[in-house]
Design a protein. Structure first.
Length: 315
């Protein structure tokens, strides 16, 4: 029995030794195959056709419409005429001067254009404030009542005329309220506004031509009308720029309106000064004539070396 066990042990040792001696390269592993199923040929062709059809449809599409512009804020609404009139009752003045030497009255208009009480008017009206024996008052309201005294702070040379007319080339002036019994308002002066032909402006003044002297003194009323610009004109040697404009005749086309103002309708700022009118038996047959605000600013700058607004702030 011992002999048999010994033989079995010998055989096992020999088998193990043989197994350990086999080189790794001689070990054969089973081959693993990965098979990718092939798509049938007709299906690939159909896919290509579909892709081509989609590409052609995309090319045939119309170009995309441009995106709409971003919404713009609405333009500011025009100042209401009722607001203009209420303000004008405190800001537009009726100039009344009595010439003691001639025992006569001179009537005209003007407008307060600064909170300090500066009044824009015509030079030919302002001249009466410096005449010996003349007594001048500022009136306002409708009917106009005395409320202030004033003095001249700017009066350019009035000798040079426009063409063959009697209208001075620099028929503008500034007064300063010195005494007043009632509060007042003002319209802003706009020196950079470009008035256009066909534009409609607000007109504010105290026409008195068709009133008797008694009514003009006791019952002169503020007149608020619309004036359409018909033609821009030049009044000096600079023919490249317009300095004045003719407007269609309205109720305000009367004597007494001189010195009144024209306002831009959108914001109610002063853009013109009433200077004169053409001849005519009725107001509708006449033309109103005004100086543009940038021209007034220009002639003051020539005289004072600063623009009108700066002059008012620092006077």
């Amino acid at each position: 029995m011992k002999i048999i066990l010994a033989l079995v042990s010998i055989f096992l040792l020999a088998g193990a030794f043989f197994f350990l001696r086999i080189p790794a390269s001689e070990i054969e592993l089973p081959e693993i195959k990965f098979e990718i199923p092939e798509r049938p040929e007709p299906e690939i062709e159909n896919l290509k056709k579909e892709l081509k059809s989609i590409s052609e449809e995309i090319k045939a599409l119309p170009p995309p419409a441009p995106s709409p512009p971003p919404p713009q804020p609405p333009p500011p609404s025009a100042i209401k005429s009722s607001e203009v009139y209420e303000k004008a009752l405190k800001a537009v003045v009726n100039i009344l001067c009595f010439d003691n030497k001639k025992s006569s009255y001179i009537l005209g208009s003007g407008a307060i254009i600064h909170p300090k009480g500066y009044v824009l008017t015509n030079g030919h009206l302002a001249e009466h404030f410096q005449e010996p024996g003349a007594d001048c008052q500022l009136r306002k309201g409708s009917p106009a009542k005395n409320f202030a005294k004033a003095k001249i702070i700017w009066l350019p040379d009035q000798s040079q005329k426009i063409g063959t007319t009697e209208i001075p080339q620099k028929d503008a002036a500034l007064l300063k309220i010195t005494e007043f019994t009632q509060e007042f308002d003002y319209f802003e002066f706009e020196p950079d506004y470009n008035v256009r032909e066909g534009e409609v402006l607000y007109s504010l003044n105290y026409p008195t031509e068709f009133l008797s002297p008694e009514i003009a003194l006791k019952d002169a009323n503020l007149v608020f009308t619309l004036g359409a610009v018909e033609k821009l004109v030049t009044v000096d040697e600079n023919t490249q720029d317009a300095e004045g404009a003719y407007l269609k005749g309205e109720l305000s086309a009367q004597h007494g309106s001189s010195g009144g103002v024209f306002l831009e309708a959108q914001n109610g700022k002063v853009v013109g000064l009433f200077v004169g009118l053409t001849e005519g038996t009725t107001t509708a047959s006449r033309k109103q004539f005004m100086f543009l605000s940038d021209y007034i600013d220009r002639i003051l700058r020539q005289d004072k070396g600063v623009d009108l607004l700066e002059f008012l702030e620092n006077f």
